[in-house]
Design a protein around this ligand. Structure first.
Ligand code: GDP
Length: 399
């Protein structure tokens, strides 16, 4: 015991009758207060062919107008258009909780006549954000790192095709190890409920068939109540979310709602009987935002980081080996790398050359010595105490 009971009482502000209570039960409150004070951030990417309703959906999701100054290109301009990445940031506040929301858009994706590798600039953008974070994290001032890593990518699938198009498969496969992909079936109001159901099944099958790893919702804890488990299962079965977006408010059954007015009726964005918009918004904002951020940090960023460290280590080892060989070969020039020849091939060539030199009958004694030195560790170039190679002539020892 290092402190008396009365001191403990003073320390924890408790009296003797509830001395069992230490106080760490307030830890969640402390974390909560700190996080609320700091605010939250979330970066959402939207990708898919233009005209599928990406901007309309983002505006509907966050009740903002993020695309005020958007310039739409005409058909001629789009022929040769390359994918550009644009970023919009808004600060939203709800009940004192601040969220810095960044939307990354990919205008031009899939618009050109030739869309070969048009996912590349999107992949590069995601990598650049990882790289920036990696640099900041390895730097001196790690306190105020701006985290621009992409936490989720909503990938818009056209409602007019038969399942996935080749470009969809290519995009998702190229990015599934870098970002959490959440597929959505765009403009679901253009399909009947039966068509939506059929398309969803087809898309899910194709995702499985092509080995695309979309964002996986975490498993439910076994002690969760049945209602929660059922909701969770419904969420998992909704993939790809069939969505409808609208920037206009219409009147339906005496209520003003976000919707689309057609001659035959009104499609309500937030009506669960009409589409999965609410499910998607709840998933993104209410239930899985933190998990999306955790998976980004723990899986996608970790993969990037491990890859970076691996290639840095490989470079250092290569450089060290090259310096060693340069010193041992007695020249100051680095060994020229054979163009188009890989490291292992270069090593093989060096080994073959070694063998050739070893078996050459015209070897001079000093050459034999040099050859031995190439394999001795560490590498004293002229070490009077070094042992001669087993095959070397004993008379050459002192040379
Ligand atoms: P983006 O190029 O992917 O950002 O697409 P936009 O959001 O600019 O939408 C393109 C057009 O589709 C606009 O005329 C929208 O009004 C319309 N649109 C957007 N969302 C929907 C939807 O859910 N259903 C239907 N039928 N049209 C939509």
């Amino acid at each position: 015991m290092f402190c008396t009971e009365s001191y403990k009482g003073f320390l924890f502000g408790r009296n003797d009758q509830d001395k069992e209570y230490v106080g760490f039960a307030t830890l969640p409150n402390q974390v909560h207060r700190k996080s609320v004070k700091k605010g939250f951030d979330f970066t959402l990417m939207v990708a898919g062919e233009s005209g599928l309703g990406k901007s309309t959906l983002v505006n509907s999701l966050f009740l903002t107008d993020l695309y005020k100054d958007r310039k739409l290109l005409n058909a001629e301009e789009r022929i040769t258009q390359t994918v550009e990445i644009t970023k919009h940031t808004v600060d939203i506040e709800e009940k004192g909780v601040k969220l810095k929301l960044t939307i990354v858009d990919t205008p031009g994706f899939g618009d050109a006549v030739n869309n070969t590798e048009c996912w590349k600039s999107v992949a590069d953008y995601i990598d650049q954000q990882f790289e920036q974070y990696f640099r900041d994290e390895s730097g001196l001032n790690r306190k105020n790192i701006q985290d621009n890593r992409v936490h989720c990518c909503l990938y818009f699938i056209s409602p007019f095709g038969h399942g996935l198009r080749p470009l969809d498969v290519e995009f998702m496969k190229a990015l599934h190890e870098k970002v959490n992909i959440v597929p959505v079936l765009a403009k679901a109001d253009t399909l009947t409920p039966a068509e939506v159901k059929k398309k969803k099944i087809k898309i899910r099958e194709e995702i499985e068939q092509y080995g695309i790893k979309i964002y996986q919702f975490p498993d439910c804890d076994s002690d969760e109540d049945e209602d929660f488990k059922q909701q969770d299962q419904e969420l998992k079965d909704s993939i790809p979310f069939a969505v409808i977006g609208s920037n206009t408010v219409v009147e339906a059954k005496g209520k003003r709602v976000r919707g689309r007015l057609y001659p035959w009726g009104i499609v309500e964005v937030e009506n669960p009987a009409h589409c999965d918009f609410v499910k998607l918004r709840n998933m993104l904002v209410r239930s899985h935002m933190q998990d999306l951020k955790d998976v980004t940090r723990e899986t996608h960023y970790e993969n990037y980081r491990a890859h970076c460290i691996q290639s840095m280590t490989r470079m250092v080892v290569k450089e060290r080996n090259r310096n060693k060989l340069t010193r041992e070969s007695g020249t100051d020039f680095p060994i020229p790398m054979v163009p188009g020849v890989t490291d292992t091939e270069t090593e093989k060539l060096i080994r073959e050359k070694d063998e050739e030199v070893r078996h050459s009958p015209s070897r001079e004694p000093h050459e034999q010595m040099q050859h031995h030195e190439q394999h001795s560790e560490p590498e004293p170039r002229v070490d009077p105490h070094s042992e001669p190679p087993p095959s070397a002539d004993p008379h050459s020892k002192g040379s």
